[in-house]
Design a protein around this ligand. Structure first.
Ligand code: ARG
Length: 485
């Protein structure tokens, strides 16, 4: 159905055009005496006046419906607390902190809400040596109720309960607003930015079922935040800078020596990963070369960057299938994004004097934490801790986020606890002002209550799981013949 105001406006305009052309016709008639007023014109004028009247009514009612969206989402409970709070304070000014208890009624026949404060107040007065019947207090509360638009009537029941009945027109207005405008959240007092770090699989390794929860929980949070009016930045903190790349690149060089000119057909990256891992574990000289490759990658030799990009692209295409399937748009900002910042952060921490040496490693202890963060390994490389410190720094100081949330399984909670505690120690943020949080969830378990795996011992591929889920849902629909609907 079209907007009634638009519809009326269109008709009005059409009529005005007709009137104008009729008037012009009249004008053009040379002899005005011969002119008998057209009945058509009168009719049109009359209808036009009616339409003008009607359109004003429509415009007004539409305005009424549209403007008070925030009012539409009145929190009844909160309003009742305010109204009754005022009455309670006025009834017993001698009590400092009278109990304010307004709750929804379980049984509609006793009213919509109830206020149970009178009994508690009588107890408090008794402790002060004043004996008052709770019923009397309840009466006083009712007498002291301020003028309001939502309470229809109140009645005292039992020892001093106050049953509250809401005004029908008030409730029906709320409900129709809800039907017309949908759920409207309270607008935020100021624009707020939230960074949600979720999904975050590791390049070259298959995105597995453990990432499914992160992806779905993270995306759901993002949608809720957006609904509430936040600026949401979805970040995919993919593992793309770790030591696994050394062995992968070394293996790539052997398997597809012309990879610089011809794209290697590594469709099955997981198999490729396994092969290289096997060589890495069994062949000393390959292992050595693997380590060298990491160093050369991290010092950004073009050949190595090229190989790294090739591998990342294969992974990325696989991840994308999952995101498309779940209708998710997330920005990839993996560990490698923070390379330079990691160096800067390490320097900053050294200047702050918080870095300690431990068997060639550089570590940092955060207050109250028994485990340190390792920020530089003995071979000079950075770690998961380093990249998370750099990422947090970037999100606080460049993104200027008001809230930062990390969605991973609870297995990583110690890691995040250490990172957050350290960042606070460095003075990077004040937890009273900025909310930085790990939203941990449980590890996905199989029917045997163990970490969910396929029979061969590998983790289940996420895309297979999604396909299977879709297939089974479709089977169910077919069973009920609802696939045709
Ligand atoms: N890549 C990690 C994993 O698969 C998750 C990363 C989570 N985000 C973060 N900023 N550490 O376990």
């Amino acid at each position: 159905m079209g907007d009634p105001v638009n519809e009326y406006t269109a008709r009005l305009q059409q009529q005005e055009r007709e009137i104008r052309s009729l008037s012009a016709e009249i004008e053009s008639l040379k002899n005005p005496q011969n002119l008998s007023p057209s009945p058509h014109l009168d009719q049109l004028r009359e209808e036009n006046a009616k339409l003008k009247y009607r359109i004003n009514i429509l415009k007004r009612s539409l305005q009424e419906e549209r403007i008070p969206c925030s009012k539409a989402m009145t929190n009844i409970n909160q309003q009742l607390q305010e109204i009754f709070g005022e009455a309670i304070r006025a009834s017993c000014p001698e009590l400092d902190n009278p109990p304010q208890a307004v709750t929804p009624n379980q049984q509609a026949k006793f009213g919509d809400y109830q206020c149970n404060s009178a009994m508690g107040m009588a107890q408090m007065l008794k402790a002060k040596g004043v004996k008052v019947n709770p019923k009397e207090i309840a009466e006083k509360i009712i007498q002291n109720l301020p003028d309001n638009e939502l309470v229809q009537k109140t009645e005292i029941a039992g020892p001093g309960f106050i049953n509250i009945h809401l005004k029908r027109p008030f409730v029906s207005k709320l409900l129709s607003n809800l039907l017309i405008n949908g759920v409207q959240p309270m607008p935020l007092a100021s624009r707020k930015k939230v960074v949600v770090d979720f999904s975050s699989p590791n390049i070259a390794k298959e995105m597995h079922v453990g990432h499914l929860r992160s992806t779905i929980i993270g995306e759901s949070m993002c949608r809720l935040f957006e609904f509430l009016g936040y600026d949401v930045l979805r970040l995919n903190h993919v593992g793309d800078w770790g030591t696994q790349f050394g062995m992968l690149i070394a293996h790539l060089q052997d398997k597809f020596p012309n990879y610089l000119t011809v794209s290697p057909p590594i469709g099955d990256l997981q198999a490729f990963y396994k092969e290289s891992k096997k060589r890495f574990d069994e062949d000393e000289s390959f292992k050595k070369r693997g380590y060298q490759c990491v160093v050369r990658l991290q010092s950004k030799e073009p050949e190595f960057i090229k190989a790294w990009n090739l591998i990342c692209d294969v992974s990325r295409r696989e991840f994308q299938k999952v995101y498309d399937c779940l209708d998710i748009q997330i920005i990839e900002r993996g560990e490698s994004y923070y390379q330079e910042l990691m160096t800067k952060v390490v320097k900053e921490l050294e200047e702050k004097g918080v870095v300690e040496m431990d068997e060639g490693r550089k570590i940092v202890f955060a207050p109250g934490q028994s485990i340190p963060l390792t920020i530089v390994k003995s071979d000079g490389g950075y770690t998961y801790d380093t990249s998370d410190l750099a990422a947090l720094h970037q999100r606080l100081f460049e993104e200027k986020a008001d809230m930062i949330i990390y969605v991973t399984d609870s297995g990583q909670s110690t890691h995040f606890q250490l990172v957050f505690a350290a960042a606070q120690m460095f003075g990077w943020y004040n937890p009273q002002v900025t909310r930085v949080e790990h939203a941990g969830f449980g590890v996905v378990l199989g029917e045997d209550k163990k970490k969910f795996k396929t029979r061969s011992g590998d983790t289940v591929r996420l895309m297979d799981l999604l396909d299977e889920g879709l297939k089974r849902s479709m089977d169910k629909l077919k069973d009920k013949e609802r696939d045709k609907v």
